[in-house]
Design a binder for this molecule. Structure first.
Ligand code: ZN
Length: 243
């Protein structure tokens, strides 16, 4: 909490980590990488721990394992830090930091708009990935030091400001819902999609990574509007809005 860095010191350290990852990663060849793997997250963790915290994260973890996961299922959070405890024990059995590949890949793609993560404007996926890792790293640190972690609280936010120059705790990465909205795919809209060589017509019910579409079907499940529907999960790029 006593760490004080000038904006220039922060910028230099972040730049070092950025060029370091670009130089050594097997999957990240350029700042708008198409692929990301666990080793990149593990490398980032060690780099941040070294450049910003003098190895104290590793030291605080002691022998508790920390693993990393690239998640395609995180569709609203940019990342997630989890602590797993053995039943009946307060001691952490392991930690995991997950990062959403879905949000990163949806951003800096077709939909062009400014993207911020943690209140910082990001110009490419690598910048967004770094901001997500910085945020998750602070969650881990809070769990290790204070047991509880809350990024909407003052302590987290002043740490985030001091260490990394963050100005917020949310992200504005492109979500599937936003992407779909631009294409006219909103819940309640009639849509069509191909299935077994035919075009099915239904009502768009929900959008996450895929869309949930309800198609009227006499053998389907009864819904509150008194009709029966069969439910289909359709990738967004296969959906077309009807008139
Ligand atoms: Zn958070």
């Amino acid at each position: 909490m006593t760490l004080r860095l000038s904006p220039e010191q922060i910028r230099q350290r972040l730049e070092q980590i950025r060029s370091g990852l670009l130089a050594q990663s097997a999957s990240i060849g350029n700042p708008n990488f198409e692929q990301l793997d666990e080793q990149d997250l593990a490398w980032l963790f060690e780099a941040y721990d070294t450049h910003f915290f003098n190895g104290l994260c590793r030291a605080c973890l002691e022998d508790v394992p920390l693993s990393f996961r690239v998640s395609s299922r995180l569709t609203s959070a940019g990342g997630k830090t989890s602590r797993f405890r053995r039943r009946g024990s307060q001691r952490a059995e392991r930690f995991e930091i997950a990062v959403s590949s879905t949000l990163l890949m949806q951003s800096f793609a077709d939909l062009e708009r400014e993207v911020t993560v943690a209140g910082v404007v990001c110009h490419d996926r690598l910048a967004a990935l770094q901001r997500i890792m910085e945020h998750e790293l602070l969650h881990l640190i809070e769990m290790l030091v204070w047991d509880v972690s809350n990024c909407s609280a003052e302590r987290f936010q002043s740490l985030a400001r001091q260490c990394f120059g963050h100005n917020g705790h949310r992200h504005a990465l492109v979500t599937a819902r936003e992407q779909a909205g631009v294409l006219g795919l909103r819940p309640g809209v009639r849509v069509t999609f191909p299935l077994d060589g035919r075009h099915q017509v239904g009502v768009l019910n929900r959008v996450t990574k895929r869309a949930t579409v309800l198609v009227e079907d006499s053998r389907g499940v009864l819904y509150s509007d008194g009709k029966r529907y069969a439910k289909f999960y359709v990738p967004l790029d296969q959906l077309q809005p009807c008139e």
